[in-house]
Design a binder for this molecule. Structure first.
Ligand code: COA
Length: 381
């Protein structure tokens, strides 16, 4: 029987879904994605393989993978109204996450040459178009001509190509794919829960992913990597680490990239991304930022232990996300939109799971407002 006198505002420990998509073990620091440890899957799979795995619960064979790649490639073009909206947003210098949210809502419109016949085709179109929206918007913001998608390139490489106009080195594509695979799904995080709540009302996929983008944007969820990198830049040198971090903690600031609602040990995704980031900086021949970040991480964990004894606040995924994406030359403003390119796949998979349940999500609240108010007519107030 539900105890309606107890309030749990953060829903900690509340189990609201069965899922086959990912398993987050916060005590042991283990993440499974569709049965694979993240350390195994993320550095090996192409992003298309991960999407297929998550949606179909099996790895594709060569033919299925080729067909799926083709379906995504064919769905990349944007509806004309989406581009018009992005132009208008760029004129107002709207932040990229807000532009993505606005543009995502237009994905209910048909795009030229593509018949979106069912939910799966809608899912493909949404995933295929997120990179197009983000790359196009970034270029519009900077007054650069748009770069059309390249049908020869896969999802991750094509995103980098549309952003820069240059075909990326395979090592960079691998770095981005490792990142996209790492963050594709993560239990009932805030944006995924948002998507499930929306779709559970009987609403549609585009509405669900649009709402989820709003949840992802917040600095306590997907908005942390930008500030995490800013913090490393602000520190600037090893000698300043303790002074800056202590000052932040003393003024009640949270150290971005540390702490997690579920993990009570180090976030396993941090290690996967740390390795990928190290490769990226080694290949570029400049380890300065990586070395500084490692030192910041070590001191941050130690100072957080002093600050919140017994809580074991550890490095989370966002710290190394920031380093890796910066190593890929992605601008800070695109860190969270790039997260969305990946996580939209998880949102959609969760929406499909939730739809199969045919059950609205409806928790309760306890009323603490007044009960004996007297109505005063407007002219007497
Ligand atoms: N820096 C400083 N203090 C932190 C902290 C951080 N990164 N993370 C948690 N704390 C503090 C909290 O303020 C809280 O203090 P209080 O008890 O005095 O209020 C205490 O540690 C326990 O917090 P906890 O319950 O573990 O956090 P949460 O579950 O409410 O929040 C996060 C989890 C992720 C929102 C939180 O750790 C945070 O804000 N981290 C920084 C943002 C970030 O990196 N987000 C990306 C997550 S993947």
């Amino acid at each position: 029987m539900l105890n309606t006198t107890e309030v749990n505002p953060g829903l900690e420990g509340v189990v609201a879904a069965d899922t086959r998509l990912s398993s987050v073990d916060g005590q042991h620091g283990e993440l499974l994605i569709a049965g694979f440890p993240v350390e195994t899957l993320a550095p090996k799979a192409s992003f298309e393989e991960t999407v297929y795995l998550l949606w179909h619960d099996t790895l594709p064979d060569i033919d299925r993978l080729a067909a799926f790649r083709h379906e995504l490639q064919a769905a990349r073009a944007l509806p004309p109204a989406t581009l018009e909206l992005l132009h208008a947003a760029a004129m107002e210098s709207i932040p990229p996450m807000d532009a993505l949210r606005m543009a995502a809502g237009t994905l209910s419109l048909p795009a030229p040459g593509l018949v979106v016949s069912d939910a799966q085709a809608t899912a493909n179109a949404v995933v295929a178009r997120f990179p197009t929206i983000i790359a196009a918007y970034w270029r519009l913001l900077h007054g650069d001509p748009l770069v059309d998608p390249d049908p020869q390139l896969d999802h991750a490489a094509n995103f980098l190509y549309m952003l820069t106009g240059e075909i990326p080195h395979p090592e960079r594509t691998r770095g981005l794919e490792t990142y996209l695979n790492t963050v594709v799904d993560h239990g009932l995080n805030a944006s995924t829960f948002t998507a499930r709540v929306i779709i559970a009302t009987g609403s549609d996929l585009v509405s669900a992913i649009t709402g989820a983008i709003g949840a992802l944007k917040g600095p306590l969820h997907g908005g942390a990597p930008g500030p995490a990198l800013d913090m490393v830049f602000e520190i600037g040198e090893v000698a300043s680490i303790d002074r800056v971090l202590r000052q932040k903690l003393a003024t009640g600031e949270r150290l971005m990239g540390f702490g997690h609602r579920v993990y009570r040990v180090r976030d396993p995704r941090a290690d996967v991304l740390a390795v990928a980031a190290e490769h990226m900086y080694q290949a570029a021949g400049d380890m300065q930022l990586y070395t500084l970040a490692k030192a910041v991480e070590e001191r941050a964990v130690a100072l957080l232990a002093e600050h919140k004894p017994g809580r074991n606040l550890q490095t989370n995924v966002e710290f190394y996300t920031a380093l890796l994406l910066h190593g890929l030359d992605l601008p800070t403003e695109l860190f969270t939109p790039t997260f969305a390119i990946s996580r939209v796949v998880g949102w959609i998979a969760h929406c499909f799971e939730q739809q199969a349940l045919h059950r609205i999500i409806r928790p309760q609240s306890i009323y603490h407002g007044p009960r004996d108010r007297q109505w005063v007519p407007l002219t007497e107030r």
